[in-house]
Design a protein around this ligand. Structure first.
Ligand code: IPE
Ligand code: IPE
Ligand code: MG
Length: 238
């Protein structure tokens, strides 16, 4: 079967990885960044055009301030340290999620990453930061309502495609494969609309332990699936 064009990953289990070693949760997040670097590299080598990484959810603000600050700090550190390398490797960076409640220094870094890498073509890295699918749909809905009120969109024009075009992921193909680490069997508000026909692979391993082999195994699992999109399987149809 085909290769996934777009793989999206819910990177979960940093805290448990640290706890299992008697370390503070922050150490799990730091090791998680190493796993991010490996995953981006592996995706490039495996010919995956789009890799989306769920880095911080719109609900993660509920965590203690100390941990939230650590995660925001790691994002800044990652962009400052890795942006030049990503650019050199031909990676285009896109960021999805709500920008308005982020501080201006983080917003500036995210814009810098997107602007610098805008024309790169080898691989797209989509960073889901302060991202929640319900919030994304609500923001899209508000933008569409403004256009509707201004007479730029008619009632008949309110289609699924129009919503697609107003989501943060506009122009990005739907994920073929969604992977979640850490053994949790839920989506936690990730790409709810876009994953309508995605294949799911849930792995027991904790995110800092996710390596090239785990990535390849998940892709092999994907390749064994029969995607029907509501139609008939290829064997029956032919
Ligand atoms: C994933 O690891 C990182 C984020 C959600 C930001 P967690 O921090 O959720 O780790 P666990 O689930 O507590 O082990
Ligand atoms: C999902 O993980 C969010 C990210 C990986 C960024 P969580 O750890 O926040 O999800 P829940 O709370 O277990 O559902
Ligand atoms: Mg978690």
């Amino acid at each position: 079967m085909r290769h996934p064009q777009h793989v999206a990953i819910i990177m979960d289990g940093n805290g448990r990885w640290a706890r299992a070693r008697g370390l503070p949760r922050s150490m799990g997040h730091r090791r998680g960044v190493e796993a991010v670097r490996q995953a981006v590299r592996a995706a490039g080598e495996l010919g995956i055009d789009y890799l989306t990484l769920f880095a911080f959810s719109s609900e993660n603000w509920r965590r203690p301030k100390e941990e939230v600050d650590e995660l925001l700090g790691l994002l800044k550190h990652f962009i400052r340290r890795d942006l030049a390398d990503l650019h050199k490797e031909g990676v285009r960076v896109r960021v999805i999620g709500a920008r308005d409640d982020l501080t201006s220094d983080i917003r500036g870094l995210l814009e810098e990453a997107e602007n610098l890498t805008r024309d790169n073509q080898r691989q797209t890295l989509v960073v889901a930061f302060n991202y929640g699918a319900r919030d994304e749909v609500a923001r899209a809905m508000r933008r569409i309502a403004e256009k509707f009120a201004a007479g730029e969109v008619s009632l008949d024009g309110l289609t699924a495609d129009l919503l697609d075009e107003h989501l943060d992921t506009a122009g990005i193909p739907d994920p073929d494969l969604v992977i979640r680490t850490s053994g949790e069997l839920r989506l936690s508000n990730f790409l709810l609309w876009q994953s309508a026909y995605s294949e799911f692979v849930f792995l027991p391993c904790l995110w800092p332990d996710f390596d090239r082999q785990a990535f390849e195994d998940a892709i092999a699992e994907y390749a064994s699936r029969d995607r029907r999109f509501g139609g008939l399987s290829r064997e029956i149809a032919s």
